[in-house]
Design a protein around this ligand. Structure first.
Ligand code: FAD
Ligand code: EPU
Length: 344
């Protein structure tokens, strides 16, 4: 059939990087976004739960999904205009890291700090992916989506997307939009961001004193490879918790009690606390319960040592949240979408 493939009772085990053995009643892999309206009208899909999935690098299935998992597998990169900056439309199913490397190869600047983040281009605006002092929102001009509520294609401009730290309109209105393409504006020249902890040292180690974007990209690749476990080796979804943003007065009083507290200014009397520091200090780094664990390399990363179920992973995550709350009075929130669990 043209444009999509349907599989009943489909395994999701290789479609989530936490390697949880969940199943979906129906899996629809779509390669032609124009077929979405037709597909969504199928009786087996209409009025049943729907989950859009990219590479599953930011989801935790706590059980099977009783509905349709719609995998965006569309492809295409189109340069719409190219001058001092380029406007580039990219299909949702393109791999993020392939796109980043392509932009660097074409001599566009900006994406170097966002190299090696797993997942698809369509998922990038959902949580406004960010790393090493940069967020994707800085480059997003608009997002094209199928609006499930309004039954039509919409173009959401940058302001409408309401991007914030690991947040956007898409997270605030879950289930409403299927992102089909993202339109980026990338400059040819841009001041490099090298102030995030570790980048300077890494550049020095590489013997580079006048860095170009590809040097920064290489430094970020080194740092990420050192710090984060590889999902091909051990199941994980990157940071499992967001860094909590709290009133600066709370951050200051915590810092008086705990000399090593790690925090960053977050604007308007707010501070961002390092969740990794809170988790490590509360004693959870490296903890293992059966096959569910907290990485011994990075305290923010929940890992599947082998056959942990989604429920077991979620139970450990809740234990960590309760422990951090008891030690510091700070409520952690999961970063990935947790499917099938109640989030109060
Ligand atoms: P999925 O996990 O499949 O989906 C994530 C969310 O987006 C779900 O809510 C899903 O419903 C929704 N979604 C996906 N595609 C669409 C679409 N087309 N339309 C509508 N909704 C959609 N994230 C960072 O921000 N910074 C990092 O540095 C970072 N490092 C990571 C390192 C590792 C090792 C791993 C495993 C993950 C890391 N992540 C990081 C998280 C992850 O890479 C990002 O969240 C990524 O954008 C998820 O892409 P995905 O295609 O796998 O999305
Ligand atoms: N730290 C600890 N213990 C650890 C690890 C880190 O105490 O085990 C402390 C250290 O003081 C360190 C600080 O935490 O300096 C910050 O660590 P890191 O630079 O690794 O950043 P992070 O805040 O833990 C965030 C993002 C990552 C992103 C990195 C780099 C969130 C939730 N996570 O992690 O994104 O790659 O910064 O910019 O904001 C993701 O979202 O999945 C993700 C991996």
């Amino acid at each position: 059939m043209g444009g999509y493939t349907l599989i009943e009772n489909a395994s999701l085990a290789t479609r989530n990087t936490l390697r949880v053995a969940a199943k979906a009643s129906l899996l629809a892999e779509i390669r032609d976004a124009s077929k979405l309206p037709e597909l969504l009208q199928f009786p087996a899909i209409r009025n049943r739960p729907l989950l859009v999935l990219g590479e599953g690098s930011n989801v935790l299935f706590t059980g099977d999904f009783d509905g349709t998992v719609l995998v965006m597998a569309t492809r295409g990169v189109q340069v719409e205009s190219d001058d001092d900056s380029a406007r580039i439309a990219v299909a949702a199913g393109e791999r993020w890291d392939d796109f980043v490397r392509w932009t660097l190869g074409q001599g566009y600047a900006g994406m170097e700090n966002l190299i090696l983040i797993p997942g698809t281009v369509g998922a990038a605006p959902i949580q406004n992916i960010g790393a090493y002092g940069c967020e994707v929102a800085e480059f997003v001009e608009s997002v094209e989506a199928w609006d499930i509520r309004e039954h039509r294609v919409v173009t959401l401009d940058h302001a409408t997307c309401a991007f914030a730290y690991r947040d956007s309109l898409f997270k605030r209105e879950p289930g409403r939009y299927i992102v089909t393409a993202v339109r980026f504006v990338l400059p040819r020249q841009r001041e490099l961001r090298t102030d995030y902890a570790g980048i300077h040292d890494e550049l020095q180690r590489m013997g580079v004193d006048k860095p170009a974007p590809f040097h920064v990209a290489e430094a970020v690749v080194h740092l990420r490879t050192k710090k984060l476990p590889d999902p091909d080796v051990i199941g994980n979804a990157g940071s499992f918790f967001k860094n909590p943003i709290v009133d600066s007065t709370l951050a200051e009083s915590l810092a008086r009690e705990h000399a090593g507290l790690v925090s960053w200014p977050a604007g308007e009397g707010r501070s961002k606390l390092s969740a990794a520091w809170l988790i490590e200090t509360a004693g959870f780094k490296g903890l293992r319960e059966g096959d569910a664990g907290i990485s011994n390399r990075h305290a923010l990363v929940l890992v599947n040592h082998g056959k942990a179920s989604g429920e077991q992973l979620w139970a450990l995550a809740q234990r960590v949240m309760d422990g951090v709350k008891a030690s510091f009075g700070v409520q952690l929130e999961p970063e990935p979408l947790v499917i099938g669990a109640r989030l109060d």
